[in-house]
Design a protein around this ligand. Structure first.
Ligand code: GTP
Ligand code: MG
Length: 268
């Protein structure tokens, strides 16, 4: 799969110290670029939200539903990340949002340099919120800081309620978890939202967890309210000299750099 983060390497070659060194170097270069991105966003007072999930959990549909209910005057743009095609950027443009598509080729996640390269295509001074729709993948995107302020992780009902337990790095990185496609609940009785919340609690995450359906519109009001509150708190912190960072999972970064993740702190 991805040649840049080492996730394709399942044979033990990651234990080689030179490989570990190269990966650690890549991650630290990424962190430096992410800090530069965050500085640029801060100069513009621009709130940046990274949407992550497995493929098809409903990220683009959420952006389309968000566009339909945006408060008047809120200026929003989207950076789309996919291995191939301009499909998602075209979808959100049709919904009325400005959009830039990044196609990563073989990379299974976005990184900070890709975001920096896309920014000149957007008028940052003319925006309030920038969404980054990461590549559909429940593992690697959580380990790469892009310069964003919040991570939002989607879990759709058809995926099953045990995903926070099976993919802890992604869910620990989340500032907000959205249980999506809630309109399908009558057809998917095995998915128990309370069980998904229990699994999240077991990760000791403070992330809120809320339910919505991009299709029926249920829960979209709450999501828009969260967005407005996130923007207010980000701007308030910025006025006091603090440029917010999301809950990035440092154990995920180590997972990409070494094999020893068992006794690392959770990076909050
Ligand atoms: N029933 C139902 N279907 C949904 C909902 N949201 C998205 N879908 C469907 O789920 C499929 C995938 O949705 P997308 O929004 O493209 O998912 P995505 O996460 O952007 O997918 P990738 O970008 O490929 O990772 C589409 O067929 C959507 O119509 C929802 O709230 N309810
Ligand atoms: Mg999409």
């Amino acid at each position: 799969m991805c040649q840049t983060c080492g996730c394709a390497n399942t044979t033990g070659e990651t234990r080689d110290s030179r490989t570990v060194e190269v990966m650690a170097g890549l991650l630290s270069a990424n962190d430096a670029q992410a800090a530069r991105n965050r500085h640029v966003f801060g100069r513009h007072g621009l709130l940046v939200i990274n949407l992550m999930s497995s493929p098809g959990a409903g990220k683009t549909s959420l952006l389309e539903a968000t566009a339909r209910q945006l408060p008047a005057g809120l200026r929003v743009a989207v950076i789309e990340g996919d291995l191939a095609t301009e499909n998602d950027a075209e979808r959100v443009r049709r919904a009325g949002l400005r959009a830039v598509q990044i196609t990563t080729g073989s990379a299974c996640h976005l990184d900070a340099a890709m975001i920096a390269a896309a920014l000149p295509q957007l008028d940052l001074h003319d925006l309030d919120v920038l969404f980054i729709e990461n590549v559909g993948n429940l593992v690697c995107p959580a380990s790469f800081d892009l310069g964003q302020h919040f991570n939002v992780t989607l879990l759709s009902l058809p995926e099953g309620d045990d995903k926070p337990a099976k993919y802890p790095v992604m869910f620990r990185a989340a500032d907000l978890v959205l249980l999506t496609k809630i309109d399908l609940a009558p057809h998917l009785p095995d998915f128990r939202p309370d069980r998904a919340r229990d699994y999240l609690q077991q990760l000791a995450t403070e992330a809120q967890c809320t339910e919505l359906s991009a299709q029926s519109g249920a829960g979209i009001d709450d999501w828009i309210a969260w967005l407005a509150a996130a923007r207010d708190s980000y701007r308030h912190e910025l006025q006091h000299g603090h440029n917010r960072r999301p809950h990035l999972a440092s154990e995920g970064q180590l997972l990409h750099a070494t094999d020893n993740v068992s006794d690392t702190p959770d990076g909050r």
